[in-house]
Design a binder for this molecule. Structure first.
Ligand SMILES: Nc1ccn([C@@H]2O[C@H](COP(=O)(O)OP(=O)(O)OP(=O)(O)O)[C@@H](O)[C@H]2O)c(=O)n1
Ligand SMILES: C[C@](O)(CO)[C@H](O)COP(=O)(O)O
Length: 238
């Protein structure tokens, strides 16, 4: 089997509040997207390097991304939602016998190689959709909508919950089918899927969870950027 990866990096990073798009924000002197791409390219899913890497960029930064990532990485303009950006990258994926696709967020730039390889291995073992997940450590409450607060409706059994990360791995045909079936939602953030496995779930197909890794934490807020500096140091040799 042959594995390729899609790296989503076209978001603006509004919650981060930086002057640059989030993927171009430096961590220890290098842009987030460079850290993320380097770790994907260093992984050996199935014992071989990725056959291709397609990165989505903000439309007005495509040339800057190409200069940063070099000629072996395909850069495409992203769309208005994460789902649309993945769909654009999927359309640009070469044929080349690629039958396993990893979808990863540049916003999780320090995912270690063993996590990447674990997800790909589960797809190669026969699971057509695989996500890495971490057990939830807080008590989780489901709340209603009140005028001046949020009344608790239930305490959710947290043993059943997983906080899901990327990379997520798919049989290519399953990922293409899932995106094609949800194409009408891709332009609207209020209905677009927040992850690719969610699109597979909408088809009624199974999604398999493998252990996640705290080092694959997502940079969303300014605090996360401070933590990212620690993760960059922690994973610099991975
Ligand atoms: N239209 C979009 C929106 C998001 N993403 C990517 O999807 C990942 C997860 O998105 P998120 O963390 O929400 O990034 P932003 O959309 O940039 O952040 P925010 O919601 O704070 O604006 C990121 O790697 C981001 O670049 C993308 O490729 N295209
Ligand atoms: C795909 C993802 O990283 C899995 O946890 C997450 O859903 C992205 O969410 P965001 O709101 O677009 O950051």
């Amino acid at each position: 089997m042959t594995t390729a990866a899609i790296l989503t990096a076209a978001g603006s990073g509004s919650r981060l509040g930086h002057a640059l798009p989030k993927a171009l924000v430096p961590v220890l002197g290098e842009p987030v997207v460079v850290h993320a791409a380097r770790r994907l390219l260093a992984a050996r899913p199935g014992g071989a390097p990725l056959a291709a890497l397609v990165v989505s960029a903000p439309a007005d930064h495509v040339d800057a991304f190409r200069a940063l990532l070099g000629p072996d990485v395909v850069v495409v303009p992203g769309g208005p939602t994460r789902q649309a950006s993945v769909a654009a990258s999927l359309a640009a994926l070469p044929d080349d016998g690629i039958d396993v696709v990893l979808v990863h967020d540049a916003a999780r730039p320090f995912a270690p190689a063993d996590l990447i390889e674990r997800v790909a291995a589960a797809v190669r073992a026969g699971h057509d959709a695989v996500v890495p997940g971490l057990a939830v450590t807080d008590t989780i409450k489901r709340v209603g909508a009140g005028d001046d607060g949020w009344p608790v409706e239930a305490t959710v059994a947290r043993g059943e919950l997983r906080a899901v990360q990327t990379p997520q791995g798919f049989a290519r045909a399953t990922l293409e089918r899932a995106h094609a079936a949800a194409e009408q939602d891709a332009g609207d953030e209020s209905v677009a899927a927040s992850d690719d496995a969610g699109l597979v779930e909408r088809l009624g197909l199974p999604v398999w969870v493998v252990p996640g890794d705290e080092r694959a934490a997502k940079i969303t807020t300014p605090r996360d950027l401070a933590v990212a500096v620690l993760l960059a140091t922690d994973t610099k040799d991975l």
